[in-house]
Write a protein that binds this ligand. Structure first.
Ligand code: SF4
Ligand code: NI
Ligand code: NI
Length: 708
């Protein structure tokens, strides 16, 4: 059979199966039965992205199947092969959605099946920063389980997100390899149709970040080809169905690498690599993925894939806990003459002199010197310690300042990992990432309890207090410039964030100080200086210079933007916002919800549904993506009256922001304990009940002018 015939035959086979399954489902449940995937605003995301039609019932699914049939043309042109590949993928989505009827949970550990919109939004930042340089889809069974594990680990060590479909899932499980989204290895499912769950991620990325119009198939494929760095590794033996799915992948721009002898190859698209140990290199080359290499001399792996790893008490060798004993982490600028580059000192006991399972003190001071170093960069560098230390395989880090907590696993300890290696990691990472400002770097690690106490109280805490005073004095009025951030343009080509002291980037990861440091580190990079000399309208925070910058950085897609209004020329969103806020007409207020909250809001929409109202760098008055820390800001919706418009938040978010929000409410309006007046899901998720609650509490929003 030629490649064409193989694809057509695989497509026909899957179509037949789908038709049978849909008919059987209608017979069993009736045509009005609802079908949907959980936690998405896009119904059947692939079908919606390709056709622009939202399928909601079995009857509509059957109609959709008729549309799929029209893609299955049988001329012998390349386009027919691609469209048959797409048709195969859509059929796979139909088969998969049937598994979710009646809110079933068809996938059990370790498999994930369908991935929520929130997962995609979370991937936004690591993908644009190159922390996740690519997405691998591994399909079938490797020749041996050792080869399966080696391949998966090779990607994991590069930070590549790995998804697994079919036999490889059992192979890595048998080999005892840990998997899970927090380790960037996601088993999707054992049926080949479960591959659609990663395709669904790629296509939703185009809708969420790319502002691609649903139904605009040509632009959809252009987007995935240009911006989603995915590729497929398909193990022999390939059957017709897998080849047909592969044609779908190629249509989206994802090359397929296989060890199937005799396969008819297509340059740069369907590639034969008989040696599985070379799959990694061949795949990266085919998809043109470059890996940032950080060589650090430690006895365990160091990769961003280990950032989410958790170490349980039973697996732990030793721990350090700033909430119980004296700990601190600190960056200190010093004179170049005071520093010996790459010197690492441990003062006090090493890990092998500590009792198994014990809780200890630790304080590390990273001294840096450089002619471009500024004290404003100290907290920026310091905040990265969390990532750096977490990237160590077998080491877990949370918290910051003098409240950090670190666990070292038994496995890492037995591999030879010691505290001095934390010094190596901090040294190498700081030198690597901050080379433009750090010329010399030295690390001192204290574990002696008396020394830790001294460092914490006499050195670190006074420094933190000084920095907090500096932060408090940083207001939008007190600085001369703001910064643009266009990091997200990799996925949202026309999105620009304007970052000010009182309004951080909507991802929550870029403050004004971060943007300033980024600009200093890379003057031609994503963050550029924006002057603010020509104010147009103080009330909504509109400046001629800001508009000019936004026009330039959005390549003309965006004309005017305000800093302080959600209704008039609001700032755009890319897709990776931590929170989304939308107006609630019954109370004249706004509802905020965050990515972690899966439940309903009084707007009758969940986070993914609300989030889908905005994004892609487009202005949508009434909806605004923003960072968590923006909620307590005096500039939050200042034009519409400010934070007194906030009527509802998920309980956890409310608690997270309470201290600052209450302080701001006190300062702006003289209200005590403002958060007690704000609803949450334990109080109401229904607008009428919410208004009753707000009335009872005398919430100020009720007395304000309507926003619309
Ligand atoms: Fe993306 Fe804005 Fe965050 Fe920059 S500040 S990374 S553009 S969301
Ligand atoms: Ni770790
Ligand atoms: Ni973004």
């Amino acid at each position: 059979m030629t490649l064409f015939e193989t694809v057509f035959s695989g497509n026909d086979a899957v179509y037949g199966l789908t038709e049978g399954a849909v008919n059987a489902a209608i017979e069993q449940h009736g045509a009005d039965k609802a079908v949907s995937f959980p936690n998405t605003a896009y119904c059947l995301p692939c079908y919606y992205a390709v056709t622009g039609v939202k399928v909601k019932t079995l009857g509509e699914l059957k109609e959709a199947l008729g549309v799929v049939k029209t893609l299955m043309t049988r001329e012998m042109r390349l386009n027919d092969v691609f469209m048959s590949g797409v048709a195969t993928a859509l059929c796979a989505e139909f088969i998969e959605v049937l598994k979710y009827i009646d809110d079933a949970e068809p996938y059990t550990e370790p498999c994930y099946g369908h991935l929520a919109d929130a997962v995609i939004r979370e991937l936004g930042v690591p993908l644009v920063t190159g922390d996740i340089p690519g997405v691998a889809v591994i399909l079938g069974s490797a020749p041996t389980k050792e080869e399966a594990v080696a391949l998966v680990k090779s990607y994991q060590a590069q930070g590549i997100l790995v998804t697994l479909v079919g036999g490889v899932i059992d192979q890595v499980a048998e080999a005892g390899m840990k998997t899970g989204a927090n380790l960037r290895v996601i088993p999707l499912g054992k049926d080949v149709t479960s591959v659609i769950h990663v395709v669904s991620v790629a296509l939703r990325a185009a809708l969420i970040f790319g502002n691609v119009t649903p139904g605009d198939a040509a632009n959809l494929m252009k987007y995935t080809f240009e911006r989603v760095p995915a590729f497929v590794n398909a193990f022999a033996p390939l059957d017709d169905v897998i080849v047909a799915c592969g044609a779908g992948a190629i249509a989206l721009g994802f090359p397929v690498i296989t060890n199937q002898e005799g396969v008819s190859t297509v340059p740069k698209s369907l590639i034969l690599q008989p040696d599985v140990s070379k799959f990694n290199a061949t795949s990266l080359e085919a998809r043109d993925i470059k890996i940032k290499i950080t060589n650090i001399d430690i006895p365990v792996a160091f990769a961003s894939a280990f950032e989410g790893e958790i170490i349980r008490r039973g697996d732990m060798q030793v721990e350090f806990d700033g909430s119980r004993v004296d700990c601190a982490e600190l960056v200190q600028s010093a004179e170049a003459t005071e520093i010996e580059d790459h010197k690492i000192t441990v003062i006090g006991p090493e890990a092998d002199e500590m009792e198994l399972g014990s809780k200890n003190s630790i304080a590390y001071v990273v001294k840096v010197a450089g002619k471009n170093m500024q004290s404003d960069f100290e907290p920026v560098i310091e905040r990265k310690f969390h990532n750096y230390i977490n990237c160590i395989e077998g080491v877990y880090h949370t918290g910051q300042r003098d409240m950090q907590r670190i666990r070292i696993s038994k496995d890492a300890f037995h591999a030879g990992f010691r505290l001095k290696h934390i010094g190596e990691v901090l040294y190498a990472s700081v030198k690597n990432e901050f080379d433009a400002v750090v010329d010399k770097c030295e690390v001192v690690i204290y574990t002696d309890p008396a020394e830790c106490k001294r460092i914490r109280h006499e050195v670190a805490v006074p420094t933190f207090n000084k920095r907090d005073d500096r932060l408090k004095s940083l207001t939008d009025e007190s600085v001369d410039v703001y910064y643009s951030c266009i990091l997200c343009q990799a996925f949202s080509p026309s999105h620009v964030c304007v970052v000010t002291p009182e309004r951080l980037g909507l991802c929550g990861a870029v403050s004004w100080l971060d943007a300033k440091a980024t600009n200093e580190l890379d003057p031609n990079g994503p963050c550029q200086v924006i002057t603010k000399e020509k104010c147009i309208d103080e009330r909504i925070g509109e400046y001629e210079d800001v508009n000019e910058a936004v026009r330039k950085f959005s390549q003309g897609a965006l004309e005017e933007v305000s800093l302080y209004s959600i209704m008039e020329k609001p700032m755009t969103s890319c897709g990776c916002f931590e929170c989304i806020c939308g107006i609630e007409p019954f109370s004249n207020g706004v509802v905020i919800t965050n990515r972690e909250y899966a439940g309903m809001t009084p707007l009758g929409m969940t986070f993914p549904e609300l989030a889908s109202m905005t994004g892609g760098g487009v202005q949508t008055p009434g909806f605004m993506g923003h960072g968590k820390h923006f909620i307590g800001s005096k500039k939050f919706m200042k034009a519409e009256g400010g934070i007194e418009r906030i009527v509802w938040m998920p309980k956890e978010l409310k608690e997270f922001v309470a201290e600052r929000l209450n302080q701001t409410a006190k300062e702006l309006y003289g209200i005590d304990n403002f958060t007690d007046m704000v609803g949450d899901e334990t109080i109401a998720t229904d607008p009428e009940e919410l208004v009753a609650f707000l009335t009872e509490k005398g919430h100020p929003a009720l007395g304000l002018d309507p926003m619309m």
